[in-house]
Design a protein around this ligand. Structure first.
Ligand SMILES: NC(=O)c1ccc[n+]([C@@H]2O[C@H](COP(=O)([O-])OP(=O)(O)OC[C@H]3O[C@@H](n4cnc5c(N)ncnc54)[C@H](O)[C@@H]3O)[C@@H](O)[C@H]2O)c1
Length: 455
C-alpha cells in the first residue's frame, strides 16, 4: 500500500522508491494536466510536479532533471494541487504533505520558487547547438529558414525576400486561417521551398537555423473571431516554436506588435514603455497574447540561452492584404475602388503610422541577422489621423467617393506612432516610402483581385 495515499497495490507488487520532481513556473494548463495525468496513472509516483511552460517543449525532462529538486504530494493532494494550479496558474505552487518533509526543505523549495518567479535564476548556458550535421565537412552550408504564418500578408513578402537569396532554403508552415497558398504561388514546386499545412498550436519537428515566427491573425475581425484560439496561437504556438528553437539550436524572431503598448500614455512609443493594455477587453486576446509571447521569448533566452529577436511591428500595408479584413488601409482602398463610401470609425482623430511592406520585411531581416535581441520598434513614424488617411485615399483613388463615419470598436487606441531611434541606431533601418508612394503600389494588386480596372 502506498504509505502516503494508501492506494492498494496488486498482490506481490513492491512499490519502488518515490520519484520526486520539481518544475518552475506553471504557465499552461494543458502541460500541467498532461504531466499530472501521466503521474497520477503511475503508482510509482507519489511526487507531483509544479509544472512549467517547458512541459510542451520536447526536452522538458532534461529541464526538470536539471533543477533536481522535488515537491511531494500524494494522489489526493495532487488533485488539490491541480485546482491550485488552475486558480493560481501564474504563481509557483508548492504543495507538501505536512509532517512528511522538513521545514528546511520546504523553505529551500520556496526560495527556489521565489528566485524563479523574480527572474533572478538566469541561465549560464550557451545557446543550444545546431545538429552535428550542420558542422559536417561536406555539408552544403545553406541556411534553412522556417517562416510560420508565411502564407499571410507580411509572411509571403518575407518569403519572397528570403527566396531571392540562393543560399536560403525556406519552409513555410501555415494553417491558412487568414493566409492563402495563392500568396506563395510563385514558389510552390521550387526546390528550395517547402509548404506545410500545420497549426503552430501543435508541436513541429523540423531542422532549421532560423525561425521567423509570424503565425497569428493580425486583423481585429479575424483575431476576435475566435479569441481563445488567438491567445492559444500566441501562447502555445510561441512555446512550440521556442521549444523547437531550443532543440535544434535555431535563432527565433517573434513579430510582436505595437498593440503591446495598448492605448499608450507615452507618445511616440519607445521600447521601454510598458504599455497601457486592458487585460479583459475584446482585443486582449491579441494584445495580451503578444505580451505573453514576448515574455516567453525572454524567459527561454534567460533560462535556456535560446537566441531570440523581438520586433514590435506597427501598422503595415501593401499588396496581398486581405480584402475587407477590417484593417484601415485595405478597407479604405477596397471601398474607394468599389465606389463605396469610406467608413471612418469615430472620432476620426485617432492616429496610426503606416509602413510599406517591403520596408517592414527589410527591417525584420536586419533584426534577425543583427546582434540586438530587441524588442525593437519597426514602423513608419509618419502619423495620420483616420480622417487624413481617408482624404488621402479618396484623393488618390476615387475623388468622387464619400467619407462617412461609423461607431468605433471598444479599446481602439487613440494614437500610435513609433519611436524608431533604436531601429535607426542598431539596425541602420529607416523607412523611406511615404503613404502616397505606397498606396499606388497596393492599388494595382487590389484592382486585379477585385477585377475593377481604373476608369
Ligand atoms: N500587418 C500588420 O500591420 C501587423 C502589425 C503588427 C504586428 N503584426 C504581426 O505580424 C504577423 C503577420 O501579420 P500579417 O499582417 O501578415 O497577418 P496575416 O493574417 O496576413 O498572416 C498571419 C498568417 O498566420 C497564419 N496563422 C494564423 N494562425 C495560425 C496558426 N495557429 N497556425 C499556423 N498558422 C497560423 C494565417 O493563416 C496567416 O497566413 C502577425 O504575427 C501579426 O501579429 C502585423
Amino acid at each position: 500500500m502506498c504509505e502516503i495515499c494508501h492506494q492498494q497495490f496488486k498482490p506481490g507488487y513492491t512499490a519502488p522508491p518515490p520519484i520526486f520532481r520539481f518544475g518552475g513556473l506553471p504557465m499552461n494548463l494543458r502541460g500541467n494536466w498532461q504531466i499530472a495525468r501521466r503521474d497520477l496513472n503511475n503508482p510509482r509516483i507519489i511526487a507531483m510536479v509544479a509544472a512549467d511552460h517547458s512541459l510542451l517543449d520536447p526536452e522538458y525532462d532534461e529541464y526538470a532533471a536539471s533543477t533536481s529538486r522535488s515537491i511531494v504530494c500524494c494522489r489526493t493532494l495532487a488533485l488539490i494541487f491541480m485546482v491550485l494550479l488552475i486558480i493560481r496558474h501564474t504563481l509557483p505552487v508548492v504543495v507538501s504533505r505536512a509532517g512528511n518533509y522538513s521545514l528546511s526543505l520546504i523553505m529551500e523549495i520556496l526560495e527556489m520558487a521565489k528566485e524563479a518567479s523574480n527572474g533572478s535564476r538566469v541561465s549560464t548556458k550557451p545557446p543550444p547547438e545546431p545538429s552535428p550535421l550542420r558542422r559536417a565537412k561536406f555539408f552544403q552550408a545553406n541556411m534553412r529558414v522556417l517562416v510560420t504564418g508565411g502564407a499571410g500578408f507580411i509572411g509571403s513578402h518575407l518569403v519572397d525576400k528570403l527566396m531571392q537569396n540562393e543560399k536560403n532554403e525556406v519552409i513555410v508552415v501555415d494553417n491558412y486561417f487568414t493566409g492563402s497558398k495563392d500568396n506563395l504561388r510563385q514558389w510552390i514546386g521550387h526546390p528550395r521551398f517547402e509548404l506545410i499545412r500545420h497549426d503552430v498550436t501543435e508541436p513541429l519537428f523540423v531542422e532549421v537555423d532560423r525561425i521567423y515566427h509570424l503565425a497569428c491573425p493580425a486583423s481585429p475581425i479575424f483575431y476576435k473571431y475566435n479569441p481563445v484560439k488567438t491567445i492559444k496561437t500566441n501562447v502555445v504556438g510561441t512555446l512550440n516554436m521556442l521549444g523547437l528553437a531550443k532543440r535544434v539550436g535555431a535563432r527565433i524572431l517573434l513579430t510582436s506588435t505595437s498593440e503591446v503598448y495598448g492605448d499608450p500614455l507615452v507618445h511616440p512609443q519607445t521600447e521601454d514603455y510598458w504599455g497601457n493594455v486592458n487585460p479583459i477587453g475584446v482585443r486582449s486576446c491579441y494584445d495580451e497574447g503578444k505580451r505573453v509571447a514576448e515574455t516567453l521569448m525572454y524567459d527561454y533566452h534567460r533560462l535556456h540561452g535560446v537566441e531570440i529577436r523581438i520586433a514590435r511591428i506597427f501598422n503595415t500595408y501593401g499588396p496581398r492584404m486581405n480584402l475587407d479584413d477590417g484593417r484601415v488601409v485595405s478597407n479604405f482602398l477596397a471601398q474607394a475602388i468599389r465606389d463605396e463610401p469610406l467608413t471612418v470609425q469615430l472620432p476620426g482623430t485617432q492616429t496610426r503610422s503606416f509602413c510599406y511592406v517591403s520596408e517592414m520585411v527589410d527591417g525584420l531581416t536586419r533584426l534577425m541577422e543583427g546582434d540586438h535581441i530587441g524588442p525593437i520598434n519597426i514602423g513608419n513614424p509618419g502619423e495620420f489621423t483616420m480622417l487624413e488617411l481617408a482624404e488621402t485615399v479618396k484623393e488618390m483613388i476615387n475623388p468622387k467617393v464619400k467619407i462617412t463615419t461609423v461607431e468605433n470598436t471598444p479599446d481602439d487606441p487613440r494614437q500610435r506612432k513609433p519611436d524608431i531611434t533604436k531601429a535607426k541606431e542598431l539596425l541602420g533601418w529607416e523607412p523611406k516610402i511615404k503613404l502616397n508612394g505606397g498606396i499606388p503600389l497596393m492599388e494595382e494588386d487590389f484592382r486585379k483581385r477585385l477585377g475593377i480596372s481604373r476608369k
